[in-house]
Write a protein that binds this ligand. Structure first.
Ligand SMILES: Cc1cc2nc3c(=O)[nH]c(=O)nc-3n(C[C@H](O)[C@H](O)[C@H](O)COP(=O)(O)OP(=O)(O)OC[C@H]3O[C@@H](n4cnc5c(N)ncnc54)[C@H](O)[C@@H]3O)c2cc1C
Length: 431
């Protein structure tokens, strides 16, 4: 008989290796600002780039990508364009194509992968007998409460939305020993140090953090390191040397976040209904001018009045697709100021729940080195022993690289088992 400690079903992301994503979400390098993102999203000729990376104020989220896609569509509509191609069927591309179609514009949505959703990727796993459970390998939560424009869509189609309180994790594994008050105090001091260190210009966040670790008073070094790991690294997955000290960690989660029981796919699928969609159609070259565009793909060339490009910034940085003539200088400069972190997820289904219960399913696990992973236990909400794990940075690299999916799933399950067995389970802090 199989051990209940091993998953009966699993799915594992490969965002870093995937040529259609090349990492998690966009982050600002030293010198990057909201204007960087706005510059990337400025139209040139009959081309406009849109996606989470072009959102000046709320980058890195599915609803911001959706909003940016709709912004690009408004530009096409204002130009009176009749025939528009959209590259990429993630939240931005679907938002763009939906708006254009609803406005009576002819629109063709071209997607390189064999599925829609992009970095919102809901998978369906067997959960015993004939039943199945939907879990997320990419975007999980509808974030930012009332500011989230996908939430009303989810509500309108009757999705069940489950709240998560990120401020009340069940902490497993090595005791972090850092409560919310100390975390707040360390972050306040980090921000003050950033302000001081960048008064005459931005610099890598690593420089400010290293100086803080060298002189951590009134905290100790370990406390500062743990807070940085949980508040910055977990939200970015990127080496601190690559991040802007001023803006490398932007506000995201925190208030009114909810996840979709039927998955992001139910929301994006509803929005994509009736669109002219071509899957498995990777565009390799965009020839553009002030009069129109030609798009090369494996089966030939397409012409359109304009193109909305929603390919992730990390993919554009690899010159995919190629632009002819090359991207204008402002867009190239903007791309050079962006990076993306290493963020991976594993979705695991078990025959029974053997790990501790968290009030609303949110768990954080720290290892001996103080590295932190995030978990969402779906068991109570869905009635199936299922849990999703998020690993970032070095820990993701260690668990993932060189291992096949089944082995990654087993290694991730072992992290949960080790943490569940340890004596250091801390109850969530009462608010
Ligand atoms: C692990 C993880 C967890 C996340 N968690 C959350 C969360 O909880 N909440 C949240 O709001 N956001 C979250 N995000 C971020 C969110 O997923 C993204 O910001 C959002 O989905 C990006 O949408 P997009 O349309 O800009 O890009 P994408 O979704 O990446 O869409 C771009 C599309 O372009 C396609 N493409 C690429 N190259 C080509 C080509 N040459 N030709 C044609 N098509 C091409 C890709 O296949 C893809 O479908 C998470 C992301 C990750 C990776």
């Amino acid at each position: 008989m199989n051990s209940p400690l091993l998953p009966i079903a699993h799915a594992v992301s490969r965002w870093r290796d995937d040529p259609c994503s090349r990492g998690g979400w966009s982050l600002l390098r030293p010198g990057g600002t909201p204007a960087t993102r706005a510059a990337l999203g400025q139209p040139f000729g009959r081309v406009i780039i849109a996606g989470e990376a072009t959102s000046p104020e709320q980058a890195g989220m599915a609803h911001s990508a959706f909003d940016e896609g709709r912004r690009a569509a408004r530009w096409c509509i204002a130009q009176g364009l009749q025939d528009v191609a959209v590259l990429g069927a993630g939240a931005a591309g679907i938002g763009a194509a939906r708006s254009l179609k609803d406005a009576g514009v002819r629109v063709l949505l071209l997607e390189a992968r064999g599925r829609i959703g992009g970095r919102a990727w809901s998978v369906e796993l067997p959960s015993g007998g004939a039943s199945r459970v939907v879990m997320e390998l990419g975007a999980n939560w509808l974030q930012q409460g009332a500011r989230n424009t996908l939430a009303p869509v989810a509500e309108a189609i009757g999705c069940r939305l489950v709240p998560t309180d990120f401020h009340r994790p069940l902490e497993l594994g090595q005791p972090a020993g850092v409560g919310p008050e100390t975390t707040g105090a360390v972050m306040a001091q980090l921000h003050a140090r950033v302000d001081q260190a960048t008064a005459s210009g931005d610099r890598p966040l690593a420089e400010v953090v290293d100086a803080f670790l060298a002189h951590p008073h009134p905290f100790d070094r370990e406390t500062v390191q743990r807070v940085v790991d949980s508040e910055v690294l977990l939200d970015t997955g990127a080496p601190l040397g690559e991040l802007s000290a001023r803006l490398g960690f932007e506000a995201g989660v925190g208030a009114g976040d909810r996840w979709i029981a039927s998955g992001y796919r139910s929301v994006l699928g509803a929005l994509a209904e009736g669109l002219d969609l071509r899957l498995d159609c990777s565009v390799s070259r965009i020839r553009w001018s002030d009069d129109g565009v030609q798009l090369d793909h494996a089966d030939g060339t397409l012409e359109a009045d304009a193109v909305i490009v929603t390919v992730p910034a990390a993919v554009l940085q690899e010159d995919r697709p190629q632009f002819e003539p090359p991207l204008p200088a402002p867009q190239r400069a903007a791309l050079s100021l962006l990076t993306a972190g290493r963020v991976e997820k594993a979705a695991l289904v078990f025959s029974e729940r053997w790990w501790p219960r968290s009030a609303d399913g949110y768990i954080r696990i720290a290892d001996g080195a103080g590295r932190i992973s995030e978990w969402l236990d779906l068991s109570d909400a869905l009635g199936v022993p299922a849990i999703t794990a998020i690993f970032v940075g070095d820990w993701a690299r260690e668990l993932w690289d060189g291992h096949d999916d089944a082995s990654v799933a087993a290694r991730v399950a072992a992290v949960l088992q080790g943490a569940s067995d340890s004596q250091s389970v801390r109850a969530p802090t009462q608010s």
